[in-house]
Structures are given as C-alpha cells and as structure tokens.
Design a binder for this molecule. Sequence first.
Ligand code: E4P
Length: 215
Amino acid sequence: MKFFIDTANVDEIRDAVSMGMADGVTTNPSLMAREGGEPVALLKDITSIVAGPVSAEVISLDVDGMVQEARSLAVIAENIVVKIPMTVDGLKAVRTLSAEGIRTNVTLVFSPLQALMAAKAGANYVSPFVGRLDDLAQEGMPLVEQIGQIFINYEFPVEIIVASIRNPMHVLDAALVGAHIATIPHAVLAKLASHPLTDKGIEMFMADWQRVHGN
Ligand code: E4P
C-alpha cells in the first residue's frame, strides 16, 4: 500500500520523506492557500522533494479552463498529476487530458458510480473522501470497497486514493479493504507510528540498563 502525504507544507513533506513514508503528495486549493506564497513556486518545491506523484488541483470549473490550467500545471514537473473535480465538465476535461497523456486524479468522489465514470473518462486516480462521509454519519469505507470491486470487475487500471483521512482507523480500514493508496495528513502519520506500550517499553529498558551501567 502506498502512503501519500495530504499537505502542501514542505516541512511536513520532508519529514515524511525522511521516514520513507511519502510515496506521493496530494494538495488541494485549501491546503495550498494555507501555505500562502506563490503556488507555482510551492509546487516546484514539493515536486523536487518527492519523487512520486504530486496532485495539484485546478481552480477553473469549466472544461476549457480546466484543460488550460491542467496543461500549465503538467509542465511544472514530470511528477505532477492534475486533480480535477468530479463534475460533468471535469469528466470532459479528463477525457481530453488523458488523450494528451496528462495524468489526472478525479477528486471529491462520493459515490461508486462517480468513480466508474471517472475511470471510463480516463482518470489515473480517483479520490473517494471517506472522512467527509463519516462526518455526515454515512460510512465512507464501504464506498472504497465498492469502487475497488467495480475496478476489478472491469479491469480498470485506475488507482484508488483513500482521501479525507481523519484518524489511524481510516488508514487501517483502507489497508484492510485493499486500497492502493491512502493520502494521510502529517498529524495522522505521526499517530500511526506511536504506541504507549512502545514508549513504556523503551522507558523500562533504559531504567534497567542504567541501574547496572549508569548513564
Ligand atoms: C485529498 O486529496 C484531499 O486533499 C483531502 O484528503 C481532503 O481532506 P479533508 O476532508 O480533511 O479536507
């Protein structure tokens, strides 16, 4: 399973890379806005830190605008994947971009049929947002399972990025249903690595050692 880091913060990305946990990065307009500064320069920085795919989202909502923006984003670096919102115009843009060899990640997916349409249009990735569904008391993970089954049924070569991850349970469930990728906020990544019994175990080993050998 691949881990992407769901952030536009270069310090968080560097930290995840140094742990060997950043197979890619996903950004969105909110995450980019949080960092401020010039977006193209920021994307250049991010793409130079991570070797894997870096999703950068278009702001336009019409087909022509999305396609133009996608072309400009795609030339920033070879590892840019253009994030396109799941709309009818978005599907049309994905179709055009796919024919041009520009990789896309269809975002804001909340139903299996949206994912099926994205795959048919030629998307390389789809991003179901599990956390935002859970926020509405509608379970998010069955959506990932259904999308996975549809892609297997018809052998779509599309990777599922489980997005809107809020906690370690989301990552565990994504792994158990066999999602290709989880895109994880840095704060959640840190939680995955820690366990109170690991900390307690280290404390006890150190205390035992010091009793006999000193510091
Ligand atoms: C994914 O690509 C999105 O950037 C992200 O996961 C959205 O998460 P949120 O629902 O916490 O904003």
